[in-house]
Design a protein around this ligand. Structure first.
Ligand SMILES: Nc1ncnc2c1ncn2[C@@H]1O[C@H](COP(=O)(O)OP(=O)(O)O)[C@@H](O)[C@H]1O
Ligand SMILES: [Mg+2]
Length: 320
């Protein structure tokens, strides 16, 4: 470790814990053909990736004080990612640099409203429970209110300890949220133990079905919410809905657009939802803002290029 907590004074309202890695987003003739075929692409962009990093970037874009706790390798990709986040206003001083481990990287084969992702986890799965609790404890005195955890299934090391971590975070007076993202192993285990310690759970539709073990997304969300967290389900071009602990369902259809690249749309949604929720906005308002932000995201390549400012959200009728 060559940098991290204690190296400078940090200030944040929201701490995002999770993955930071470049996304190499490829568009055009992206379905691979083997047999040494060479395929020509329309575009290739190396952008800030990782659900945690994109969510932190989105919060900074919305003007929030946000810090990211993530781990990278001591290499060019890690350096570029940390520099870009800092330039966007994210406190990246808590990003941990691991010796001898590469920065994670994802190659995104993007086709409008669908994508395939090839991920090297690299340093992503090296965050520890002590580092999370330590970072949050260090920020509490400077106004920290909330901790968001991203990409649960890419961090099995941290996942094991996460129930106890969430209990400690709440003991510090903080609220908590989780976007598991998909489970590459398709097992979807461990989240049950987290539910009582979460304020907000932010799955997409497929993740809600798997986590709630139900073929109906609304029933799945209601079942998850009954165990603790406000459960906010993203349903792509059909917007989002939320289920509360007492079984209330709130829907937001949004305005479907023709997606250019959906990378990071859910993470940008998370940022806008959490910003509104932390401001005490009503559920319908928070959903409207989040869906509007998600709709912005899909009109640009990569997770961060289309992230709206608060003024841009308000210009689209997403009132504070
Ligand atoms: N084609 C689209 N048109 C408008 N908004 C979209 C479109 N696709 C995604 N979004 C927005 O992005 C959000 C997140 O997308 P989704 O694909 O459901 O999540 P994830 O990126 O986590 O898989 C949606 O809730 C919606 O607000
Ligand atoms: Mg997602």
């Amino acid at each position: 470790m060559t940098s991290g907590p204690g190296s400078a004074a940090h200030r944040a309202e929201v701490l995002v814990v999770g993955d930071l890695n470049p996304d190499l987003v490829l568009t055009g003739d992206v379905v691979p053909r083997f047999g040494q075929a060479e395929q020509l692409l329309d575009a290739a962009s190396l952008v800030v990736g990782g659900s945690g990093a994109i969510t932190a970037h989105g919060l900074a874009r919305l003007g929030r004080d946000v810090a990211l706790l993530a781990a990278v390798g001591d290499d060019d990709l890690g350096h570029v990612m940390t520099t870009r986040l800092a330039a966007a206003g994210v406190d990246s001083g808590l990003v941990l640099v691991r010796a001898g481990v590469p920065t994670g990287v994802t190659v995104v084969l993007s086709r409008g409203d669908d994508r395939s992702m090839l991920t090297l986890p690299g340093a992503v799965d090296t965050l520890t429970a002590d580092e999370v609790v330590g970072a949050a404890t260090g920020l509490v005195g400077s106004g920290l209110r909330h901790v968001h955890v991203a990409s649960y299934f890419l961090q099995p090391g941290l996942a094991r300890d996460l129930p106890a971590v969430l209990v400690e975070l709440r003991g510090l007076g903080l609220t908590t949220s989780l976007d598991t993202n998909a489970d590459p192993a398709d097992r979807w285990e461990g989240v049950d133990a987290l539910l009582p310690h979460l304020d907000v759970l932010l799955p997409n539709r497929a993740e809600a079905l798997a986590l709630g073990d139900d073929s109906d997304p609304r029933r799945a969300a209601v079942a998850l919410a009954a165990r603790g967290p406000l459960t906010v389900v993203k349903v792509g071009s059909r917007g989002a809905f939320a289920a509360t602990a007492d079984g209330e369902l709130v829907e937001e259809a949004g305005s479907p657009v023709e997606a250019i690249d959906t990378t990071g749309a859910g993470d940008t949604f998370d940022a806008a939802f959490l910003a509104a929720w932390l401001d005490g906005a009503g559920l319908a308002t928070a959903l409207h803002r989040a869906v509007t932000a998600g709709g912005h995201s899909v009109l640009h390549t990569g997770g961060t290029a289309g992230q709206p400012t608060t003024a841009e959200l308000e210009a689209q009728g997403a009132t504070p």
